[in-house]
Design a protein around this ligand. Structure first.
Ligand code: XMP
Length: 592
């Protein structure tokens, strides 16, 4: 299914390599206008008919060799143009203005003063908070343009040419920190470009089902399903389009899933239609692939490789793909358009897409991806329209490698060491500082968790102690903390069961208390810190986030924590319960 098969976009966002490209497109769609991304150098002739073009922000400098460019023909197409950040600089560069490299750049919040009478600021003129992230800036305004906004450090923060309907802003209207950004985009789309509302993801099911029937023809569809939102919604659409005789889903049980997961997924699929779902048991193979591995990256790699192996074996066996089968996938829009920021989260998906057997199917036109034009939130909306259970649609994100990256392993043995403010735990976890990954020990403080003061102190401690990247507070222990030690541990069925059990307790209590709706994700992690009879410590990591790129540690109600801690300390093999107070950055959400 190519994008030509989708609705014709009124708005095209030209991608100059910035991490904001998808955000801009999503915001435009949220305003009810369908929009798609194209490479920045798309020829103007391929854009005729669109009402508006947005040039996104990117990290390059217009004068650099190989920096993303646009076809200057886009400025005379008659479409309204909005250049954001680097996009504004490209407008100035191409239309006779001037761009100058900044020495120190400007990142973060700033105050914009608007001037003149720009339709971009209709109803929102005046002093306002905006978000800046740039080094270069426009130094001379191109002829025909007027100055529409400035900040203290950026004298040309917004320009516009009313007649030609060309506009530029140095700041980012698409991020939430730009307080009137949504209205600015709305002004551009509706008042300036004359767009009409044409997009509501809830109306998409029927169009997608027609498309599935067209692409599938008389062929049937086979899916690897995960129990995640995307593959389930894609599967359901195929089922509705083709009927239960022509669609099958296979779930690979890795043994690395949470308590009750296989049964939950089975329940969801069997309630869709009888006989469409099967389970491939691969628990032993995954456990064998992980045996003795303690390094986080090697663990991830082993899991990725095993996924590939199992999938290829199934595809090659032809058991499901005999004759007239094609493969269905839950690929969504951000997976099909590479744009700037690359998340570790994509690792497993990349593995899946690269399986040689799948490549072969792509070449043979035997892949169907019904959600390839949708964003995650839009997939959820379609799922709601299809009547899928909210319990499935509102699930917290769960990493592809499953519980394996939440059972921490170590080869060495060592006691806790007294350190400034607490104890140094010789178990390393992954963090992110600047753009680099860190892998460092954790500081354990004995104060009871649960106060903002302690959270603030944790941040100060991480800044002050260069050897650590994470701070946890003690929620409870089955003995004095000083007697705990780290002992060699790998992934075993026993430890996986222990994590499943403790994670199950946390999920149950969060669900009953309603706390689950207050967090974006709540990983529970096992670290090999304990006593001979009770070798592990449970880490609680409730966080809030928008997209997983940054996150805040969340404080839970005291009574809930007390109850949770008591139940967790009663689990066989558990010595202590600790609470992760670290934001991201400097810690990542997962510990590895
Ligand atoms: P980090 O730990 O990088 O996690 O702060 C950010 C988000 O990504 C999820 N995550 C993954 N998801 N495969 C996935 O599908 C992975 O390998 C993976 N690693 C991390 C994590 O749960 C969080 O939501």
């Amino acid at each position: 299914m190519t994008s030509e098969s989708g609705p014709l976009p009124q708005v095209v966002v030209l991608d100059t390599g910035g991490q904001y490209c998808h955000l801009i497109t999503r915001k435009i769609r949220e305003l009810g206008v369908y929009s798609e991304i194209r490479p920045s150098d798309t020829p103007a002739s391929a854009l005729s008919g669109v009402r508006a073009i947005v040039i996104s922000g990117g990290p390059a400098s217009v004068y650099e060799d190989g920096s993303p460019q646009v076809d200057p023909g886009i400025f005379t197409l008659g479409a309204a143009v909005l250049g954001i950040c680097y996009g504004q600089q490209l407008i100035a560069f191409h239309l006779g203005g001037e761009v100058r490299p900044g020495d120190h750049g400007e990142y973060g919040l700033a105050w914009l003063e608007t001037m003149g009478d720009s339709p971009l600021f209709r109803g929102i003129a005046g002093r306002q908070q905006i978000w800046m992230s740039h080094r270069d800036a426009v130094a001379a305004i191109p002829s025909g343009f007027e100055l529409h906004g400035a900040t203290e450090t950026c004298p040309i923060a917004s320009i516009g040419d009313r007649e030609r309907r060309l506009y530029g802003v140095q700041f980012h209207p698409e991020v939430v920190h730009t307080e009137r950004g949504r209205q600015l985009l709305s002004n551009f789309l509706f008042d300036i470009a004359g767009c009409e509302q044409d997009w509501n993801p809830r109306d998409q099911a029927e169009r997608i089902e027609d498309e599935i029937r067209r692409v599938a023809g008389d062929r049937n569809v086979f899916f690897f399903v995960s129990g995640g939102v995307d593959s389930t919604v894609a599967f359901t659409l195929c089922l509705r389009a083709l009927g239960p005789e022509r669609v099958r889903g296979l779930y690979v049980d890795t043994g690395l899933m949470r308590e009750g997961e296989t049964a939950f997924v089975r329940g969801v699929f069997e309630s869709l239609a009888a006989g469409v779902f099967a389970v491939e048991h691969a628990e032993d193979r995954f456990l064998a692939a992980l045996a003795g591995e303690v390094d986080p990256e090697k663990k991830r790699h082993a899991i990725g490789e095993m996924f590939v192996e199992v999938q290829e074996r199934i595809l090659e066996s032809g058991h499901y793909l005999e004759g007239n089968w094609i493969l269905g996938q839950g690929t969504i829009y951000p997976d099909t358009i590479e744009s700037g920021g690359t998340a570790k989260a994509d690792l497993i998906k990349t593995h899946h897409n690269r399986v040689a057997g799948i490549q072969k199917l792509i070449e043979q036109n035997r892949i169907i991806e019904p959600l390839h034009l949708l964003y995650k939130d839009e997939v959820r909306e379609v799922g709601r329209e299809l009547g899928l259970p909210e319990e499935l649609l509102a699930r917290h994100p769960f990493p592809g490698p499953g519980l394996a990256i939440r059972v921490l392993c170590t080869a060495g043995s060592a006691p806790l060491e007294k350190a400034e403010g607490g104890w140094l735990v010789p178990v390393r976890s992954v963090g992110v500082q600047g753009d680099s990954r860190t892998y460092r020990p954790v500081l354990l403080v004995e104060d009871p968790p649960g106060t903002p003061e302690l959270q603030a102190r944790a941040t100060r401690l991480i800044n002050a102690l260069p050897g650590i990247n994470r701070v946890v507070a003690l929620a409870g222990a089955n003995g004095p903390v000083g007697t705990l030690r780290v002992t060699p541990a790998a992934i075993t069925a026993e430890r996986l069961d222990r994590l499943r059990q403790t994670d199950g307790i946390v999920r149950k209590l969060c669900h009953e208390s309603g706390f689950e709706a207050k967090v974006w994700q709540f990983p529970v992690i096992l670290i090999p810190l304990g006593t001979p009879g009770r070798p592990d410590t449970v880490v609680l990591r409730p966080i809030d986030s928008v997209d997983g790129m940054t996150a805040q540690s969340v404080i839970m109600p005291e009574s809930l924590l007390a109850r949770m801690t008591a139940e967790l300390l009663a689990v066989e093999g558990v010595s202590a319960v600790v609470y992760d107070l670290t934001h991201k950055p400097p810690g990542t959400i997962e510990w590895e």
